[in-house]
Design a protein around this ligand. Structure first.
Ligand code: ISL
Length: 599
């Protein structure tokens, strides 16, 4: 066994194919579009591409509603295109991670079509079918089997008049939840996964994988959730079902089984696979259990804790300014909590989150570039596997449209409808949607300053952010001081400096409201270093300190770093600004200035 799995030194780049590059002018990105950008990805230096879903799908949730797991949606291309993508990535020393969406299928999947034919269907039990509440008439409000509120608004239950039962859908009504209690379901999923591994994929990003085990009673019952009295009128009859559908009792059993049945075998070439589980509501304790290599479940998970730190009373739709000490405390807790067992994934962005430079940086003309760089620095020098979402590496910003007509995202549209029908004004609701909607992440990738940002020759499925005139990859690649080249160096540092991969994390200045500072240290007594020394017979690496000091604000800042004068006098690995005004332990930072030192 290798001393260190390859993914511990890797950086992953997420491609949202619908918005990445359109090769055929139909306005929707596709696989040949991705193929045309491999040189760009190679230039950035990333090791892995995670491809959001490209499978056959009615596209109710942009492909997270899958109708056939083993076929490519014609919108995106053909299986031959995908094989070419795998080969093209492998030829460049890169790997491909597929999105695995198995908490639910599309309602147009053959499994569900069979399941809904009636109570006697051999696949009836592959999904969650339940009768109306006792004494209630199916289809009337309140007759649903539980009061759970869907992620995408409304009830999690859809009435099926033909068979006289409801089916469960935690997301849209076109995304029925699979019943993982049924071993046939699990075997079908594992079989499909083995098929993809045999085809050459290198791992899986597992969509909402901590929702697969529901807290179902022996009699098949599912409990009601607590009703939040603070919810707006439209949502108030619904309760929070998360305690009964997230992090359920059999989750780790299912993950361990999947590992045994699929993942343990590795790739046909004998390499280990990479797995990352998306887990809304995961706790640090559960993350440690799931990612502890001794438990053989997953390599890492996506936590949502840091992404929730700026949520207000109305949840994700009422963003508040971030209080920096909260972010530092949270990231530090995960760094420390997974230091000895388990592994972190590191991210600011994905296709569900608003753009980080608009959210926690400063997207004004004056500070956009430096704040994007500093956000990148703070994240990438942490211990774990960093994920870069398309466009993050050029500092793409939120689009924040004011009119609901501009949006396409089902979560946004349903939330708008539910809120307005509950009595909220258009203005109020749009004020929430603008800075948060998932469409902020989904506007087309900005390649150059030609029409439609060079994304398509046709009409883009979602409008291009007008910022493309200045923010685009052509400009960024040509400018040595761009966000792109900063990200390229961050990726490179992880490859060239073991301390970025292995160093122990320590937070400095936890209460400081402007400055994010931490060290990573290696010492010859580290267990990992000692183990590798023994295994490889190489001389142990010398004790080192890497220091990150970052001004997370648009005002100048000054801090003292007691005991770190030697490090501050050491090598500067990366900066956002010229010159380094350091006086002993005293550091002055320009707005959004950050530096990485090594000594
Ligand atoms: O958007 C969100 C973050 O605030 C969540 O509600 C999101 O839906 C949740 O994180 C789950 O996301 C994943 O599964 C969904 C899909 O819509 C998302 O795109 C996907 O990342 C259902 O498959």
């Amino acid at each position: 066994t290798p001393a260190r799995e390859w993914w511990r030194t890797a950086v992953v780049y997420q491609v949202y194919p619908r918005s990445f590059a359109d090769s055929d002018g139909d306005g929707v990105g596709d696989l040949r579009g991705v193929l045309g950008k491999l040189d760009y990805l190679e230039r950035l230096g990333v090791d892995v591409v995670w491809l959001s879903p490209i499978y056959v799908s009615p596209q109710d949730d942009n492909g997270y509603d899958i109708a056939d797991y083993q076929a490519i949606d014609p919108t995106f291309g053909t299986m031959a295109d995908l094989d070419e993508l795998i080969a093209g990535l492998h030829a460049r020393g890169m790997r491909l991670v597929m999105d695995l969406v198995v908490n639910h299928t599309s309602d147009e999947h053959a499994w569900f079509a069979e399941s809904r034919t009636g109570k006697d269907s051999p696949k009836r039990d592959w999904y969650w079918w339940r009768p109306p509440r006792p004494g209630r008439t199916g289809g009337e409000p309140g007759a649903e089997p539980t009061n759970w509120h869907s992620f995408f608004s409304g009830s999690t239950w859809e009435w099926d008049a033909a068979s006289g039962e409801y089916y469960l859908h935690l997301f849209s009504r076109k995304q029925p939840d699979l019943n993982w209690e049924n071993p046939e379901v699990r075997e079908a999923v594992y079989k499909m996964m083995r098929w993809w591994v045999a085809r050459g994929v290198d791992g899986f990003r597992m969509d909402v994988i901590n929702l697969i085990s529901k807290d179902v009673g022996e009699d098949g019952s599912l409990p009601d959730g607590a009703v939040d009295p603070g919810l707006p009128a439209g949502g108030s009859r619904f309760g929070d079902g998360a305690p009964y559908y997230a992090n359920g009792p059999r989750l780790q059993e299912f993950l361990a089984e999947m590992n045994r049945e699929v993942l343990a075998a590795g790739t046909p070439d004998g390499e280990v696979l990479i797995t990352v589980g998306e887990m809304p509501g995961v706790t640090l304790e559960l993350a440690r259990d799931v990612t502890d290599p001794a438990h053989r479940q997953l390599d890492m998970v996506f936590t949502f804790e840091h992404m929730g730190l700026d949520h207000g009373a109305g949840g994700k739709w009422s963003l508040q300014p971030l209080h920096l000490p909260d972010l530092k405390a949270n990231l530090a807790a995960w760094q420390e909590g997974l230091a000895d067992a388990g592994w972190n994934s590191l991210y600011w962005n994905n296709h569900d989150q608003p753009r980080i430079v608009s959210r926690w940086g400063d997207d004004s003309a004056e500070h956009r570039v430096t704040s994007a760089k500093t956000l990148g620095t703070v994240l990438h020098m942490l211990r774990g596997t960093p994920y870069v979402y398309q466009g993050e590496e050029i500092g793409m910003t939120n689009v924040g449209w004011a009119e609901i007509e501009d949006y396409r995202d089902i979560e946004t549209l349903n939330y708008y409808r539910e809120s307005v029908s509950g009595g909220a004004s258009d203005g109020e609701v749009m004020a929430g949607i603008g800075p948060v909607s998932r469409d902020n992440a989904r506007t087309p990738m900005q390649w150059d300053n030609s029409a439609n940002a060079g994304f398509t020759t046709g009409t883009p499925w979602l409008a291009v952010n007008p910022s493309y005139v200045t923010i685009n990859t052509a400009a960024a690649v040509a400018d040595p001081d761009s966000v792109f080249h900063h990200y390229r160096r961050l990726v490179e540092l992880r490859h060239t400096h073991d301390i970025v991969v292995d160093g122990r994390f320590e937070l400095l200045l936890p209460d400081h409201e402007q400055v994010f500072a931490y060290t990573r240290t290696t010492s010859t007594s580290d267990t990992r270093v000692a183990r590798e020394t023994e295994e490889t017979g190489r001389a142990p690496a010398a004790a080192q300190t890497l220091l990150v000091v970052a001004n997370f604000s648009s005002e100048p800042a000054e801090v003292a770093l007691p005991g770190l004068a030697d490090v501050l006098a050491g090598e500067v690995l990366l900066t956002t600004h010229d010159g380094a005004p350091v006086d002993g332990e005293q550091v002055r930072l320009a707005p959004w200035e950050s530096r990485v030192y090594l000594a």
